[in-house]
Design a protein around this ligand. Structure first.
Ligand code: AMP
Length: 514
């Protein structure tokens, strides 16, 4: 684990204690309303989490144990997360879409004491039980029923939330794994508290806010950013289990904040019924987890008058930068570093680069994770000696301190010894007539090592063709950056967090230039 000085300030860092403090005088306030209008007061969620915590503890789960959770999004899912925070268990959420082979990896790696899964997954989970050595399986269905709820019924709803230090573990999330083997990211109560406090301040969250929560609960965005800001500010949320543009439009009229991935915004724009009027109660639209296209930002402002606030983060670092609440939100940038977070750009040798230059983005601060689960070498490799985490993203800082993400360094294409940043070519190609969006990749090339390929989605009915795109690229880009080929697809492959899966495209077009 990362070498970090333990501060013994005596402060209680348990994230849940801070949530509970925010509702100390408003325990009856409805904090969560489901899509069907079921209401959960803070008091109800608190008591449910108390029962769950008591029941799990009675089964023999102890602080520091991992609790793997593969369930649908529900109010009980939220209470289970809170129960783990309260009892010092390490919450390990998984995408409900994972299949058996993926589960075997995660469970084998996390070594949980308890797995909570949907009733219809129980068989699958128990079939991997023998090898993985975990002790208990409980079920929690989308409607809140299951053996967790049954068992917890007899347990007391009062639970003394444990005192936690800054470095005590709160959660284990795996990198989304668009490249390589997923790594377990250890997040502490200190990480989550510091970041949530910074976000509440930066985005002006307060008890009057009503968040439209549409994000999944197995990813940092929905789990820490969305739930964290709501709970720490004593606000409330409308809770939708899945994203559907029409449903979002129907609930936006009662909400003050929407958090989403860029696809949420493009899909809203595709609905003619999405108008400025629909947004009359909204004070803030936030986007993150993948790059927001400048065209989307502009079109959204034209349609609604709102400038989407784009922020940047990753599971390992929580949120690191954000465009401001007050002040200029620059499209194509993710804003300056959040207070308490240091961001720097370095060259390949780790030398810090001046403003304007593209390089490796590194982050340091209380928000940065404790290390990779049972991968000390990987952890050591990804931190500099002075404690900065190497994000693997390539970025650039402008004279005002605003950061632009230029691509992942694994994304980087090296053609004939020269570096090509896919994002730069994508921005260029995206602006061409008839192009809706593009993804630029490097594929093996006999002469140059790698050659640039543009994978393009065209606007409906567009007549643009490969030659006309290549010709314009030749006019506007240095030769080495001009794609060797342009291929057309109906849509780009994306993972659940809306990131383009470039590894799939690389596999698909591996032979294209041979
Ligand atoms: P995850 O850990 O799944 O949240 O993925 C983190 C990665 O998503 C980062 O390392 C970035 O590559 C990417 N990312 C997140 N937010 C943004 C953003 N606003 N713009 C561009 N890339 C982003």
């Amino acid at each position: 684990m990362k070498n970090r000085a333990h501060r013994t300030s005596g402060k209680n860092f348990n994230l849940y204690s801070h949530f509970a403090d925010s509702f100390a005088k408003t325990r009856d306030k409805v904090v969560l309303t489901t899509v069907r209008g079921q209401e959960y007061s803070f008091d109800r969620i608190d008591k449910l989490s108390g029962r769950f915590a008591n029941y799990m503890a009675a089964l023999g789960v102890v602080p520091g144990d991992r609790v793997t959770v593969q369930v649908q999004k529900s109010a009980e899912n939220l209470a289970l997360y809170f129960a783990c925070l309260r009892a010092g268990f390490v919450f390990h959420p998984l995408n409900p879409g994972y299949k058996k082979a993926e589960l075997e990896y995660f469970v084998g790696n996390a070594e949980p004491a308890l797995i909570v899964c949907d009733g219809d997954k129980e068989k699958q989970i128990t079939s991997i039980e023998a090898d993985a050595g975990f002790r208990h399986v409980l079920t929690l269905n989308a409607d809140g029923s299951g053996t967790l709820a049954d068992g917890a019924l007899a347990a007391s709803d009062e639970f003394d939330t444990l005192l936690r230090g800054e470095d005590d573990l709160a959660a284990l999330l795996y990198s989304s794994g668009t490249t390589g083997v997923p790594k377990g990211i250890l997040l502490t109560h200190g990480n989550l508290l510091a970041n949530t406090e910074a976000l509440v301040k930066a985005w002006g969250f307060n008890a009057n806010d009503h968040l439209l929560h549409v994000l999944p609960m197995f990813h940092a965005h929905g789990l820490f950013v969305a739930v964290g800001c709501t709970m720490l500010s004593g606000a409330s949320m409308r809770w939708l289990a899945t994203y559907d543009a029409k449903t979002v439009i129907s609930f936006l009229r009662e909400c003050s904040v929407l958090m989403g991935v860029p696809t949420y915004y493009t899909r809203l724009l595709a609905e003619p019924s999405f108008t400025a009027d629909v947004c009359s109660t909204v004070r803030l639209f936030i986007s993150g987890s993948a790059p927001l296209r400048e065209e989307t930002f502009v079109e959204f402002e034209e349609r609604t008058g709102h400038r989407i606030l784009e922020r940047y983060g990753m599971t390992e670092t929580n949120m690191t930068t954000s465009n401001p609440l007050e002040g200029e939100r620059k499209p194509g940038t993710v804003g300056p570093a959040l207070p308490g977070v240091e961001v720097r750009i370095t060259d390949d040798d780790g030398e810090v680069l001046p403003a304007g230059e593209v390089g490796h983005l590194q982050v340091r601060g209380a928000n940065v994770f404790a290390g990779y689960w049972s991968m000390p070498e990987k952890t050591a490799e990804d931190f500099t000696v002075d404690g900065f985490f190497k994000t693997g993203d390539m970025g650039q800082i402008d004279a005002d301190g605003y950061i632009a993400i230029v691509g992942r360094n694994k994304d980087l294409v090296i053609s004939g010894g020269l570096n090509v940043y896919p994002k730069e070519i994508e921005l260029f190609v995206d602006k061409l007539p008839g192009v809706r969006e593009s993804a630029v990749i490097g594929v093996p090339h006999a002469d140059f090592g790698e050659g640039v390929v543009a994978v393009v989605v065209t606007e409906d009915g567009s007549l643009t063709d490969e030659q006309s795109i290549l010709q314009t690229c030749r006019q506007g880009l240095a030769n080495f950056k001009v794609p060797k080929r342009v291929v057309f697809v109906d849509e780009l492959p994306r993972n659940t967090m809306a990131k383009v899966e470039k590894s799939k495209l690389r596999d698909l077009y591996r032979e294209l230039l041979s």
